[in-house]
Design a protein around this ligand. Structure first.
Ligand SMILES: [Zn+2]
Length: 402
């Protein structure tokens, strides 16, 4: 069983595809070609739109397939899966040192920079006498593939997505077994996916949330609430509230002004921020913005000091805004990848197929939606056929009058 999960603009996940590999389960052969076939099939279904980044479980087969099918995409390993595996692989050490797993989690999840991660990781290994543990050594050697402090230059749609992947995995564990028939599983899975879509729709509705969600009287917060989806806004809000606990000091003037930002004035928490007023851009050494596309508390702290009351345009990533979903619905032409003219038969065909798929996706959510979709499509078909017949009659009339 392979679940392909994609992140939507509400920072929630949806299941992009689900495939069952009976042969893979029985033969236990999860090969590069098996994964390659799945990825290529998924890519076709996604109209050849490549993902920015991809998070998978460990494995040589899957890594080779990713490199082959998604050569431009940055591939990382699922941190949640690795940390979960720590519980099993370090059973003896965990029995002797109950706090070990929590310390490892804090080290992996809490370090902003590679330098701090290296120091903390080393100190934990020394503290618990785990320097010679081969598995931990192998994890450290591939740290650039899964440790957030080493992944700050790549956009991964925020790491909290792993919690939602955990939810999907939990569903799979509870429902995919020899006691559940494939038909039953697919039926349950459909219901589960419907629930996820309904939840996302509900979040969209509650994105237009009332005043009580504001925690400050700052224009920054009001602006963020008006443009971001609820989930993205809540993350921004957390960073903004944290920013108020930080103190920024300008240490260098110029076109790129340099600031030191410390939490409660505590030097070990110092982060360096550069702010270019002319370009309205800011960079923080924690690189959270590059990683999650939400401004970090350090940059926001600088904005508070510098009197920036509105989020500058370059600091707003459309992906997390309410407008992200207002892309082409059933109006406008989907030109695709530009390889064919929008007036060509192939382009028009592809455009209509995309619209038909959208109708099918939305129209199967409930019996009511299905009835609406059927009626609209029936009428659309009649109108299109009527248009064609009128063209034929006009052509015949024109020919007979010559
Ligand atoms: Zn930062």
């Amino acid at each position: 069983m392979l679940l392909l999960v994609q992140t939507g603009h509400g920072r929630s996940n949806s299941i992009a595809s689900l495939e069952s590999f009976r042969n893979m389960r029985t033969s236990c052969r999860r090969t590069e070609s098996s994964y390659g076939w799945i990825f290529e099939t998924w890519l076709t279904a996604m109209d050849s739109r490549l993902p920015f980044s991809l998070t998978t479980d460990e494995g040589k087969g899957i890594a080779a397939a990713v490199a082959k099918v998604f050569p431009q995409c940055f591939h990382r390993l699922c941190r949640w899966r690795i940390l979960s595996r720590c519980k099993k692989r370090l059973t003896d050490a965990r029995t002797r040192f109950p706090g070990l797993h929590e310390e490892l989690k804090r080290c992996v999840n809490g370090c902003d920079t590679a330098v701090i991660f290296d120091m903390l990781w080393g100190s934990i290994l020394d503290k618990y006498g785990l320097r010679d543990d081969n598995w931990l050594q192998s994890l450290y050697e591939i740290r650039h593939k899964w440790v957030p402090a080493y992944l700050t230059s790549f956009f991964f749609a925020e790491l909290s997505l792993t919690h939602r992947v955990e939810t999907v995995s939990k569903f799979y564990r509870n429902n995919f077994s020899s006691r559940v028939s494939l038909n039953t599983f697919i039926s349950r899975f459909d219901q589960y996916i419907d629930g996820l879509y309904a939840s996302e729709a509900q979040k969209d509705i509650t994105s237009f949330s009332p005043e009580q969600f504001l925690k400050t009287d700052m224009v920054l917060e009001k602006q963020a609430r008006s443009i971001y989806t609820r989930a993205a806004f809540e993350t921004f809000q957390l960073e903004l509230v944290e920013a108020m606990q930080h103190y920024a000091v300008k240490v260098q003037d110029g076109s790129y002004m340099k600031y030191y930002v410390e939490r409660n004035g505590d030097p070990p928490t110092r982060h360096t921020v550069f702010y270019n007023v002319a370009e309205k851009k800011a960079w923080c050494e924690c690189c959270r913005f590059a990683f999650s596309a939400i401004l970090c508390r350090h940059v926001l702290s600088v904005f508070l000091l510098a009197g920036v009351i509105m989020l500058p345009e370059p600091c707003i990533t459309k992906r997390w805004t309410k407008k992200a979903k207002s892309g082409p619905e059933l109006i406008g032409l989907n030109v695709g990848n530009g390889s064919s003219s929008p007036d060509s038969v192939a382009s028009r065909y592809n455009d209509l197929v995309r619209d038909a798929i959208k109708c099918a996706e939305k129209g199967t959510v409930s019996a009511g939606a299905f009835r609406v979709a059927k009626e609209v499509l029936r009428k659309a078909f009649m109108d299109i056929r009527g248009h064609g017949e009128k063209l034929c009659k006009d052509a015949l009339r024109s020919a007979s009058s010559r």
